[in-house]
Design a protein around this ligand. Structure first.
Ligand code: SF4
Length: 539
Protein backbone atom coordinates (compact mmCIF):
# COMPACT_ATOMS: atom_id res chain seq x y z
CA UNK A 1 0.00 0.00 0.00
CA UNK A 2 2.65 2.45 0.94
CA UNK A 3 6.33 2.92 1.23
CA UNK A 4 8.33 4.51 3.99
CA UNK A 5 10.08 7.58 2.75
CA UNK A 6 13.58 7.96 4.14
CA UNK A 7 14.89 10.75 2.06
CA UNK A 8 13.89 14.38 1.74
CA UNK A 9 11.85 14.78 -1.38
CA UNK A 10 10.50 18.27 -0.90
CA UNK A 11 10.67 21.37 1.17
CA UNK A 12 8.99 19.90 4.25
CA UNK A 13 9.97 16.97 6.39
CA UNK A 14 6.57 15.41 5.84
CA UNK A 15 8.01 12.47 3.96
CA UNK A 16 10.36 11.60 6.78
CA UNK A 17 7.72 11.11 9.43
CA UNK A 18 4.94 9.24 7.72
CA UNK A 19 4.28 6.98 4.78
CA UNK A 20 3.11 8.12 1.37
CA UNK A 21 1.91 6.41 -1.79
CA UNK A 22 4.64 5.81 -4.40
CA UNK A 23 2.67 7.90 -6.90
CA UNK A 24 2.52 10.74 -4.39
CA UNK A 25 6.30 10.77 -4.19
CA UNK A 26 6.52 10.71 -7.99
CA UNK A 27 4.07 13.55 -8.59
CA UNK A 28 4.39 15.92 -5.64
CA UNK A 29 6.92 18.31 -7.21
CA UNK A 30 4.85 18.47 -10.43
CA UNK A 31 1.66 19.15 -8.47
CA UNK A 32 3.37 22.02 -6.67
CA UNK A 33 4.60 23.47 -9.94
CA UNK A 34 1.07 23.26 -11.38
CA UNK A 35 -0.41 24.82 -8.26
CA UNK A 36 2.11 27.68 -8.31
CA UNK A 37 1.55 28.18 -12.05
CA UNK A 38 -2.16 28.62 -11.40
CA UNK A 39 -1.84 30.78 -8.27
CA UNK A 40 0.98 32.98 -9.63
CA UNK A 41 2.16 35.93 -7.49
CA UNK A 42 4.25 35.22 -4.42
CA UNK A 43 3.86 31.42 -4.69
CA UNK A 44 5.33 31.48 -8.19
CA UNK A 45 8.16 33.76 -7.11
CA UNK A 46 8.98 31.51 -4.17
CA UNK A 47 9.05 28.50 -6.51
CA UNK A 48 12.13 30.06 -8.23
CA UNK A 49 10.99 29.01 -11.72
CA UNK A 50 13.21 31.57 -13.49
CA UNK A 51 16.22 29.98 -15.21
CA UNK A 52 19.43 31.05 -13.47
CA UNK A 53 22.22 32.74 -15.41
CA UNK A 54 25.69 31.33 -15.14
CA UNK A 55 27.70 33.13 -12.42
CA UNK A 56 24.55 34.93 -11.23
CA UNK A 57 24.67 35.55 -7.49
CA UNK A 58 21.78 34.58 -5.21
CA UNK A 59 21.03 38.26 -4.61
CA UNK A 60 20.95 39.07 -8.33
CA UNK A 61 18.74 36.06 -9.00
CA UNK A 62 16.25 37.05 -6.27
CA UNK A 63 16.17 40.60 -7.56
CA UNK A 64 15.46 39.36 -11.11
CA UNK A 65 12.58 37.23 -9.80
CA UNK A 66 11.06 40.27 -8.10
CA UNK A 67 11.35 42.32 -11.30
CA UNK A 68 9.85 39.73 -13.65
CA UNK A 69 6.08 39.81 -14.22
CA UNK A 70 4.08 36.59 -14.60
CA UNK A 71 1.73 36.36 -17.55
CA UNK A 72 -0.71 33.88 -16.01
CA UNK A 73 -2.22 31.79 -18.81
CA UNK A 74 -2.98 28.80 -16.55
CA UNK A 75 -5.55 30.75 -14.55
CA UNK A 76 -7.08 32.20 -17.70
CA UNK A 77 -7.46 28.76 -19.35
CA UNK A 78 -8.96 27.13 -16.24
CA UNK A 79 -11.41 29.92 -15.55
CA UNK A 80 -12.54 29.93 -19.18
CA UNK A 81 -13.26 26.18 -18.91
CA UNK A 82 -15.11 26.80 -15.65
CA UNK A 83 -17.21 29.63 -17.05
CA UNK A 84 -18.39 27.48 -19.97
CA UNK A 85 -19.24 24.46 -17.83
CA UNK A 86 -21.24 26.47 -15.30
CA UNK A 87 -22.83 28.95 -17.70
CA UNK A 88 -26.10 27.00 -17.35
CA UNK A 89 -27.36 25.71 -14.00
CA UNK A 90 -26.84 22.07 -13.06
CA UNK A 91 -30.15 20.14 -13.03
CA UNK A 92 -30.68 18.16 -9.83
CA UNK A 93 -33.53 15.78 -8.97
CA UNK A 94 -33.21 14.71 -5.35
CA UNK A 95 -35.62 11.74 -5.32
CA UNK A 96 -36.50 10.66 -1.77
CA UNK A 97 -33.81 12.97 -0.36
CA UNK A 98 -35.94 15.91 -1.46
CA UNK A 99 -38.01 15.71 1.73
CA UNK A 100 -35.10 15.69 4.18
CA UNK A 101 -34.84 18.79 6.41
CA UNK A 102 -31.04 18.56 6.08
CA UNK A 103 -31.14 19.05 2.30
CA UNK A 104 -31.69 22.81 2.15
CA UNK A 105 -28.96 23.65 4.71
CA UNK A 106 -26.59 21.35 2.82
CA UNK A 107 -27.31 23.03 -0.54
CA UNK A 108 -26.69 26.44 1.02
CA UNK A 109 -23.62 25.52 3.10
CA UNK A 110 -22.19 22.31 1.68
CA UNK A 111 -18.75 22.45 3.31
CA UNK A 112 -19.71 23.97 6.69
CA UNK A 113 -17.63 26.98 5.65
CA UNK A 114 -20.50 28.90 4.07
CA UNK A 115 -20.07 27.78 0.44
CA UNK A 116 -23.12 26.57 -1.50
CA UNK A 117 -23.02 23.21 -3.29
CA UNK A 118 -22.67 25.01 -6.63
CA UNK A 119 -19.69 26.99 -5.34
CA UNK A 120 -18.05 23.80 -4.04
CA UNK A 121 -18.60 22.04 -7.39
CA UNK A 122 -16.99 24.98 -9.19
CA UNK A 123 -14.01 24.70 -6.84
CA UNK A 124 -13.80 20.93 -7.46
CA UNK A 125 -13.68 21.62 -11.19
CA UNK A 126 -10.92 24.20 -10.74
CA UNK A 127 -8.81 21.97 -8.47
CA UNK A 128 -9.13 18.95 -10.76
CA UNK A 129 -8.19 21.12 -13.74
CA UNK A 130 -5.05 22.28 -11.95
CA UNK A 131 -3.82 18.95 -10.62
CA UNK A 132 -5.56 16.49 -12.94
CA UNK A 133 -7.79 15.31 -10.11
CA UNK A 134 -8.89 16.13 -6.59
CA UNK A 135 -10.44 14.15 -3.78
CA UNK A 136 -13.79 14.81 -2.16
CA UNK A 137 -14.66 13.41 1.25
CA UNK A 138 -18.27 13.40 2.45
CA UNK A 139 -17.97 13.13 6.18
CA UNK A 140 -20.26 13.61 9.11
CA UNK A 141 -19.29 15.05 12.49
CA UNK A 142 -18.66 12.21 14.98
CA UNK A 143 -20.88 13.12 17.92
CA UNK A 144 -22.50 11.29 20.77
CA UNK A 145 -26.14 12.00 20.02
CA UNK A 146 -28.57 9.13 20.55
CA UNK A 147 -31.33 9.60 17.98
CA UNK A 148 -31.83 10.97 14.48
CA UNK A 149 -34.19 13.60 15.91
CA UNK A 150 -31.39 14.85 18.19
CA UNK A 151 -29.06 14.96 15.21
CA UNK A 152 -31.50 17.10 13.26
CA UNK A 153 -32.08 19.33 16.23
CA UNK A 154 -28.37 19.97 16.59
CA UNK A 155 -27.91 20.50 12.85
CA UNK A 156 -25.62 17.51 12.49
CA UNK A 157 -25.44 16.51 8.85
CA UNK A 158 -22.92 15.30 6.27
CA UNK A 159 -20.65 17.89 4.65
CA UNK A 160 -18.07 18.06 1.88
CA UNK A 161 -14.32 18.50 2.21
CA UNK A 162 -12.21 18.98 -0.92
CA UNK A 163 -8.61 17.77 -0.78
CA UNK A 164 -6.02 18.58 -3.42
CA UNK A 165 -3.61 15.74 -4.32
CA UNK A 166 -0.87 17.47 -2.29
CA UNK A 167 -2.86 16.71 0.85
CA UNK A 168 -3.78 13.10 0.10
CA UNK A 169 -0.75 11.13 1.18
CA UNK A 170 -1.83 7.57 0.57
CA UNK A 171 -4.71 5.59 -0.89
CA UNK A 172 -5.60 2.07 -1.91
CA UNK A 173 -8.21 0.61 -4.24
CA UNK A 174 -9.28 -3.04 -3.87
CA UNK A 175 -10.94 -5.12 -6.52
CA UNK A 176 -14.36 -6.45 -5.55
CA UNK A 177 -15.69 -9.88 -6.63
CA UNK A 178 -17.94 -8.14 -9.20
CA UNK A 179 -14.89 -6.58 -10.89
CA UNK A 180 -15.42 -3.03 -9.58
CA UNK A 181 -12.65 -1.19 -7.76
CA UNK A 182 -13.49 0.28 -4.39
CA UNK A 183 -11.48 2.75 -2.38
CA UNK A 184 -10.51 0.91 0.81
CA UNK A 185 -7.97 3.26 2.38
CA UNK A 186 -7.28 6.98 2.34
CA UNK A 187 -4.87 9.09 4.34
CA UNK A 188 -5.19 12.86 4.24
CA UNK A 189 -3.03 15.58 5.71
CA UNK A 190 -5.09 17.68 8.10
CA UNK A 191 -2.44 20.00 9.50
CA UNK A 192 1.23 20.45 8.80
CA UNK A 193 3.38 23.08 10.41
CA UNK A 194 6.58 21.04 10.15
CA UNK A 195 7.92 23.51 7.64
CA UNK A 196 8.42 25.96 10.52
CA UNK A 197 10.79 23.40 12.01
CA UNK A 198 10.11 24.27 15.61
CA UNK A 199 10.16 21.59 18.27
CA UNK A 200 6.47 22.15 18.86
CA UNK A 201 5.52 21.70 15.22
CA UNK A 202 3.21 18.82 14.48
CA UNK A 203 1.68 16.93 11.62
CA UNK A 204 -1.87 15.60 11.80
CA UNK A 205 -3.28 12.94 9.49
CA UNK A 206 -6.74 11.44 9.21
CA UNK A 207 -6.95 7.86 7.94
CA UNK A 208 -10.17 6.42 6.55
CA UNK A 209 -10.82 2.67 6.61
CA UNK A 210 -14.12 0.93 5.71
CA UNK A 211 -14.78 0.24 9.42
CA UNK A 212 -13.17 3.21 11.21
CA UNK A 213 -11.51 6.61 10.98
CA UNK A 214 -8.29 7.39 12.86
CA UNK A 215 -6.62 10.69 13.63
CA UNK A 216 -2.87 10.51 14.17
CA UNK A 217 -0.59 13.23 15.43
CA UNK A 218 3.13 13.27 14.72
CA UNK A 219 4.86 15.46 17.30
CA UNK A 220 7.85 15.72 19.59
CA UNK A 221 11.47 15.78 18.60
CA UNK A 222 11.32 12.29 17.06
CA UNK A 223 8.03 13.08 15.26
CA UNK A 224 6.61 9.80 16.46
CA UNK A 225 3.06 9.16 15.35
CA UNK A 226 0.31 8.50 17.87
CA UNK A 227 -3.38 7.70 17.29
CA UNK A 228 -5.28 10.30 19.30
CA UNK A 229 -8.79 9.48 18.16
CA UNK A 230 -10.54 6.57 16.49
CA UNK A 231 -14.24 6.29 15.75
CA UNK A 232 -16.33 3.74 13.83
CA UNK A 233 -17.31 4.29 10.22
CA UNK A 234 -21.01 3.41 10.19
CA UNK A 235 -21.47 3.44 6.41
CA UNK A 236 -18.89 0.64 5.94
CA UNK A 237 -17.05 2.37 3.07
CA UNK A 238 -14.37 5.00 2.77
CA UNK A 239 -16.58 8.07 2.19
CA UNK A 240 -14.48 9.60 -0.54
CA UNK A 241 -14.57 9.95 -4.29
CA UNK A 242 -12.24 11.40 -6.86
CA UNK A 243 -12.93 13.92 -9.61
CA UNK A 244 -10.69 13.64 -12.67
CA UNK A 245 -10.06 16.41 -15.18
CA UNK A 246 -9.09 13.60 -17.56
CA UNK A 247 -8.22 10.05 -16.61
CA UNK A 248 -4.67 8.75 -16.86
CA UNK A 249 -3.59 5.13 -17.00
CA UNK A 250 -2.97 5.09 -13.24
CA UNK A 251 -5.84 4.80 -10.79
CA UNK A 252 -5.92 7.81 -8.48
CA UNK A 253 -3.94 10.05 -10.85
CA UNK A 254 -5.54 12.40 -13.39
CA UNK A 255 -4.17 14.45 -16.27
CA UNK A 256 -3.99 18.19 -15.59
CA UNK A 257 -5.63 20.61 -18.04
CA UNK A 258 -2.62 22.89 -17.72
CA UNK A 259 0.28 20.41 -17.75
CA UNK A 260 1.66 21.72 -21.06
CA UNK A 261 0.31 25.24 -20.64
CA UNK A 262 2.27 25.65 -17.38
CA UNK A 263 5.53 24.65 -19.11
CA UNK A 264 4.89 27.13 -21.89
CA UNK A 265 3.97 29.80 -19.34
CA UNK A 266 7.32 29.21 -17.66
CA UNK A 267 9.15 29.68 -20.99
CA UNK A 268 7.28 32.99 -21.46
CA UNK A 269 8.27 33.96 -17.91
CA UNK A 270 11.95 33.47 -18.82
CA UNK A 271 11.54 35.58 -21.92
CA UNK A 272 9.78 38.35 -20.02
CA UNK A 273 12.81 38.46 -17.75
CA UNK A 274 15.06 38.76 -20.83
CA UNK A 275 12.98 41.69 -22.07
CA UNK A 276 13.18 43.41 -18.71
CA UNK A 277 16.97 42.97 -18.70
CA UNK A 278 17.33 44.21 -22.26
CA UNK A 279 15.21 47.32 -21.66
CA UNK A 280 17.08 48.18 -18.51
CA UNK A 281 20.55 47.65 -20.03
CA UNK A 282 19.77 49.51 -23.26
CA UNK A 283 18.26 52.46 -21.37
CA UNK A 284 20.99 52.48 -18.72
CA UNK A 285 24.34 51.53 -20.26
CA UNK A 286 27.14 50.16 -18.09
CA UNK A 287 30.23 52.27 -17.59
CA UNK A 288 33.51 50.40 -18.13
CA UNK A 289 36.42 52.06 -16.34
CA UNK A 290 39.30 51.48 -14.00
CA UNK A 291 38.70 51.91 -10.30
CA UNK A 292 40.37 55.34 -10.15
CA UNK A 293 38.01 56.97 -12.63
CA UNK A 294 35.70 59.44 -10.93
CA UNK A 295 32.21 58.67 -12.25
CA UNK A 296 28.86 59.76 -10.93
CA UNK A 297 26.53 56.87 -10.01
CA UNK A 298 23.60 56.29 -12.39
CA UNK A 299 21.00 53.61 -12.97
CA UNK A 300 23.38 51.53 -15.13
CA UNK A 301 26.05 49.15 -13.82
CA UNK A 302 29.72 49.99 -13.45
CA UNK A 303 32.32 47.49 -14.67
CA UNK A 304 35.74 47.88 -13.03
CA UNK A 305 38.76 47.06 -15.16
CA UNK A 306 42.23 46.21 -13.84
CA UNK A 307 44.53 49.16 -12.98
CA UNK A 308 47.51 47.92 -14.98
CA UNK A 309 45.91 48.42 -18.41
CA UNK A 310 47.38 50.58 -21.13
CA UNK A 311 47.29 54.24 -19.98
CA UNK A 312 45.74 55.35 -23.26
CA UNK A 313 42.57 53.42 -22.55
CA UNK A 314 39.58 55.60 -21.77
CA UNK A 315 36.35 54.80 -19.95
CA UNK A 316 33.53 53.84 -22.34
CA UNK A 317 29.85 52.89 -22.18
CA UNK A 318 28.74 49.32 -22.79
CA UNK A 319 25.21 49.16 -24.20
CA UNK A 320 23.43 46.26 -25.94
CA UNK A 321 21.27 46.99 -28.99
CA UNK A 322 17.52 46.88 -28.33
CA UNK A 323 16.68 45.05 -31.59
CA UNK A 324 16.52 41.65 -29.82
CA UNK A 325 13.38 42.77 -28.00
CA UNK A 326 11.26 42.44 -31.15
CA UNK A 327 12.52 38.89 -31.64
CA UNK A 328 11.62 37.96 -28.06
CA UNK A 329 8.19 39.60 -28.35
CA UNK A 330 7.52 37.57 -31.51
CA UNK A 331 8.63 34.41 -29.72
CA UNK A 332 6.25 35.16 -26.81
CA UNK A 333 3.39 35.71 -29.24
CA UNK A 334 4.07 32.32 -30.85
CA UNK A 335 4.03 30.68 -27.43
CA UNK A 336 0.70 32.31 -26.56
CA UNK A 337 -0.75 30.99 -29.82
CA UNK A 338 0.60 27.53 -28.92
CA UNK A 339 -1.15 27.76 -25.53
CA UNK A 340 -4.41 28.64 -27.29
CA UNK A 341 -4.01 25.61 -29.57
CA UNK A 342 -3.25 23.31 -26.62
CA UNK A 343 -6.35 24.50 -24.81
CA UNK A 344 -8.52 24.69 -27.99
CA UNK A 345 -9.18 28.31 -27.08
CA UNK A 346 -7.89 30.40 -29.98
CA UNK A 347 -11.29 32.02 -30.31
CA UNK A 348 -12.64 31.62 -26.81
CA UNK A 349 -9.80 33.55 -25.11
CA UNK A 350 -9.79 36.26 -27.80
CA UNK A 351 -5.96 36.45 -27.98
CA UNK A 352 -5.84 36.00 -31.70
CA UNK A 353 -6.94 38.31 -34.47
CA UNK A 354 -9.50 36.44 -36.53
CA UNK A 355 -7.35 34.78 -39.17
CA UNK A 356 -8.93 31.35 -39.03
CA UNK A 357 -11.20 30.09 -41.75
CA UNK A 358 -14.81 29.29 -40.87
CA UNK A 359 -14.01 25.57 -41.02
CA UNK A 360 -10.98 25.95 -38.72
CA UNK A 361 -13.02 27.95 -36.21
CA UNK A 362 -15.82 25.44 -36.33
CA UNK A 363 -13.34 22.59 -35.80
CA UNK A 364 -11.81 24.35 -32.80
CA UNK A 365 -15.23 25.00 -31.26
CA UNK A 366 -16.13 21.34 -31.73
CA UNK A 367 -12.89 20.20 -30.09
CA UNK A 368 -13.50 22.51 -27.17
CA UNK A 369 -17.09 21.32 -26.94
CA UNK A 370 -15.95 17.67 -26.74
CA UNK A 371 -13.40 18.56 -24.09
CA UNK A 372 -15.91 20.46 -21.98
CA UNK A 373 -18.43 17.70 -22.41
CA UNK A 374 -15.93 15.17 -21.04
CA UNK A 375 -15.24 17.40 -18.05
CA UNK A 376 -18.96 17.87 -17.43
CA UNK A 377 -19.44 14.08 -17.51
CA UNK A 378 -16.66 13.66 -14.94
CA UNK A 379 -18.27 16.26 -12.68
CA UNK A 380 -21.66 14.61 -13.05
CA UNK A 381 -20.23 11.21 -12.11
CA UNK A 382 -18.40 12.72 -9.13
CA UNK A 383 -21.48 14.53 -7.85
CA UNK A 384 -23.62 11.39 -8.14
CA UNK A 385 -21.02 9.56 -6.01
CA UNK A 386 -21.07 12.40 -3.48
CA UNK A 387 -24.84 12.15 -3.16
CA UNK A 388 -24.57 8.37 -2.63
CA UNK A 389 -22.37 8.98 0.41
CA UNK A 390 -24.54 11.87 1.59
CA UNK A 391 -27.59 9.58 1.50
CA UNK A 392 -25.70 6.67 3.12
CA UNK A 393 -24.72 8.83 6.13
CA UNK A 394 -28.45 9.31 6.73
CA UNK A 395 -29.36 5.64 6.30
CA UNK A 396 -30.85 6.18 2.83
CA UNK A 397 -30.12 5.19 -0.75
CA UNK A 398 -29.59 7.81 -3.44
CA UNK A 399 -32.33 7.62 -6.08
CA UNK A 400 -32.06 11.10 -7.57
CA UNK A 401 -30.45 12.28 -10.76
CA UNK A 402 -27.81 14.87 -11.60
CA UNK A 403 -27.47 16.38 -15.05
CA UNK A 404 -24.63 18.60 -16.21
CA UNK A 405 -24.90 20.20 -19.66
CA UNK A 406 -23.77 17.93 -22.51
CA UNK A 407 -23.14 20.59 -25.13
CA UNK A 408 -21.84 24.10 -24.83
CA UNK A 409 -22.86 27.07 -26.89
CA UNK A 410 -19.58 28.61 -28.06
CA UNK A 411 -20.54 30.71 -31.01
CA UNK A 412 -18.45 33.52 -32.35
CA UNK A 413 -21.30 36.00 -32.27
CA UNK A 414 -19.47 38.71 -34.20
CA UNK A 415 -18.67 36.22 -36.94
CA UNK A 416 -22.30 35.04 -37.04
CA UNK A 417 -23.51 38.62 -37.20
CA UNK A 418 -21.10 39.44 -40.04
CA UNK A 419 -22.31 36.44 -42.03
CA UNK A 420 -25.94 37.44 -41.43
CA UNK A 421 -25.16 41.03 -42.48
CA UNK A 422 -23.41 39.92 -45.67
CA UNK A 423 -26.27 37.54 -46.47
CA UNK A 424 -28.81 40.31 -45.98
CA UNK A 425 -26.88 42.58 -48.35
CA UNK A 426 -27.26 39.93 -51.03
CA UNK A 427 -31.02 40.54 -50.67
CA UNK A 428 -32.14 36.93 -51.10
CA UNK A 429 -35.65 36.45 -52.53
CA UNK A 430 -36.47 33.25 -50.70
CA UNK A 431 -38.53 34.07 -47.58
CA UNK A 432 -37.03 31.08 -45.75
CA UNK A 433 -33.52 32.44 -46.25
CA UNK A 434 -34.73 35.86 -45.05
CA UNK A 435 -36.14 34.20 -41.98
CA UNK A 436 -32.89 32.30 -41.32
CA UNK A 437 -31.05 35.64 -41.39
CA UNK A 438 -33.52 37.19 -38.95
CA UNK A 439 -33.24 34.12 -36.69
CA UNK A 440 -29.46 34.40 -36.62
CA UNK A 441 -29.60 38.08 -35.71
CA UNK A 442 -32.16 37.35 -32.98
CA UNK A 443 -30.03 34.55 -31.49
CA UNK A 444 -26.89 36.71 -31.53
CA UNK A 445 -28.62 39.59 -29.80
CA UNK A 446 -29.89 37.61 -26.86
CA UNK A 447 -28.97 34.51 -24.84
CA UNK A 448 -32.35 34.52 -23.16
CA UNK A 449 -34.35 31.48 -24.33
CA UNK A 450 -37.63 33.22 -23.47
CA UNK A 451 -36.81 36.26 -25.61
CA UNK A 452 -35.76 33.95 -28.45
CA UNK A 453 -39.12 32.18 -28.20
CA UNK A 454 -40.90 35.53 -28.46
CA UNK A 455 -38.80 36.48 -31.51
CA UNK A 456 -39.79 33.16 -33.07
CA UNK A 457 -43.44 33.76 -32.19
CA UNK A 458 -43.56 37.21 -33.80
CA UNK A 459 -42.05 36.10 -37.10
CA UNK A 460 -44.33 37.03 -40.03
CA UNK A 461 -46.01 33.95 -41.49
CA UNK A 462 -44.06 32.29 -44.26
CA UNK A 463 -45.60 31.20 -47.50
CA UNK A 464 -45.44 27.41 -47.68
CA UNK A 465 -45.15 25.39 -50.84
CA UNK A 466 -48.48 25.77 -52.56
CA UNK A 467 -49.42 22.17 -53.11
CA UNK A 468 -53.18 22.09 -53.23
CA UNK A 469 -52.92 19.34 -55.75
CA UNK A 470 -55.79 17.48 -54.19
CA UNK A 471 -58.13 19.24 -51.80
CA UNK A 472 -60.78 17.83 -49.51
CA UNK A 473 -58.77 14.70 -48.76
CA UNK A 474 -59.54 12.87 -45.55
CA UNK A 475 -58.04 10.20 -43.35
CA UNK A 476 -60.19 7.05 -42.97
CA UNK A 477 -61.49 8.43 -39.65
CA UNK A 478 -62.79 11.55 -41.39
CA UNK A 479 -60.12 14.01 -40.25
CA UNK A 480 -59.15 16.33 -43.15
CA UNK A 481 -55.65 15.95 -44.63
CA UNK A 482 -54.02 19.42 -44.83
CA UNK A 483 -53.87 20.87 -48.34
CA UNK A 484 -50.21 21.73 -47.77
CA UNK A 485 -49.27 18.05 -48.04
CA UNK A 486 -48.38 16.76 -51.52
CA UNK A 487 -50.48 14.45 -53.65
CA UNK A 488 -48.06 11.61 -52.91
CA UNK A 489 -48.90 11.76 -49.21
CA UNK A 490 -50.54 8.40 -48.55
CA UNK A 491 -50.52 5.41 -46.16
CA UNK A 492 -47.03 3.89 -46.16
CA UNK A 493 -46.66 0.58 -48.00
CA UNK A 494 -43.10 -0.10 -46.79
CA UNK A 495 -40.76 0.38 -43.82
CA UNK A 496 -40.39 4.04 -44.85
CA UNK A 497 -42.93 6.22 -43.11
CA UNK A 498 -43.24 9.63 -41.52
CA UNK A 499 -42.25 8.28 -38.09
CA UNK A 500 -38.73 7.42 -39.30
CA UNK A 501 -38.39 10.37 -41.69
CA UNK A 502 -35.79 13.08 -41.13
CA UNK A 503 -38.48 15.77 -41.43
CA UNK A 504 -40.84 14.32 -38.82
CA UNK A 505 -41.23 16.00 -35.41
CA UNK A 506 -43.28 14.02 -32.95
CA UNK A 507 -46.37 15.61 -31.37
CA UNK A 508 -45.95 14.74 -27.69
CA UNK A 509 -49.65 15.39 -27.04
CA UNK A 510 -50.96 12.93 -29.61
CA UNK A 511 -49.67 9.41 -30.08
CA UNK A 512 -48.83 8.47 -33.68
CA UNK A 513 -49.01 12.07 -34.88
CA UNK A 514 -46.44 14.74 -35.60
CA UNK A 515 -45.39 17.60 -37.86
CA UNK A 516 -43.53 17.65 -41.12
CA UNK A 517 -40.85 20.32 -41.39
CA UNK A 518 -40.46 19.56 -45.12
CA UNK A 519 -44.07 20.59 -45.76
CA UNK A 520 -44.28 23.82 -43.76
CA UNK A 521 -44.94 22.15 -40.40
CA UNK A 522 -48.09 20.41 -41.61
CA UNK A 523 -49.61 17.86 -39.20
CA UNK A 524 -48.88 14.33 -40.43
CA UNK A 525 -49.50 10.80 -39.19
CA UNK A 526 -46.65 8.45 -38.30
CA UNK A 527 -47.79 5.60 -40.58
CA UNK A 528 -48.13 7.82 -43.69
CA UNK A 529 -45.45 8.62 -46.22
CA UNK A 530 -44.59 10.92 -49.13
CA UNK A 531 -42.05 10.90 -51.94
CA UNK A 532 -39.78 13.36 -50.08
CA UNK A 533 -39.08 10.81 -47.35
CA UNK A 534 -35.48 11.02 -46.05
CA UNK A 535 -33.80 8.68 -43.57
CA UNK A 536 -33.12 10.19 -40.16
CA UNK A 537 -29.59 11.46 -39.71
CA UNK A 538 -27.84 9.70 -36.83
CA UNK A 539 -27.14 12.06 -33.90
S1 SF4 B 1 -41.43 14.47 -45.86
FE1 SF4 B 1 -43.07 13.10 -46.36
S2 SF4 B 1 -42.50 11.21 -45.32
FE2 SF4 B 1 -41.30 12.80 -44.42
S3 SF4 B 1 -42.48 13.47 -42.66
FE3 SF4 B 1 -43.01 14.77 -44.35
S4 SF4 B 1 -44.81 13.85 -45.21
FE4 SF4 B 1 -43.85 12.29 -43.96
Amino acid sequence: MATVINSKIDATTLDMVTTVHPEYRRWISIWRFLRDSYVGGLDYQEGCYLTRYQFESEEEYRSRILQTPIDNHCKSVIHTFNSFIFQNPVKREYGTLGNLPTLEPFLEDADLEGRSLDAVMRDINIQSSIYGHCWIIIDKPATEVGTRAEELQQGIRPYISVFTPENVLDWQYSRLPNGYYELTYLKVLEADDLRYRSEKSTLVTREYFPDRTEIRVYAGTDRKGETVESYPNVIGRVPATICYASRSGVKGIGVSDIADVATMQRAIYDELSEIEQLIRLSNHPSLVSTIDVQAAAGAGARIIMPDNLDGNLKPYLLQPGGQNIDGIMASIQKKIEAIDRMANMGNARGNRAITMSGVAMDTEFRQLNVRLSEKADNLEYTEENMWRFWAAWQGLVWDGEINYPDTFNMRDKIQDLNIAKMSKELDPDNPWVQRAIRDTIGEVLTDDGHVQEMIEYWQPPLPGPQINEITDRQYPDGEPIPDTLPAAYQPSQSAENCANCEYYKENAAQEGAGYCTRWNGSPVRAVYWCAKWEPKESD
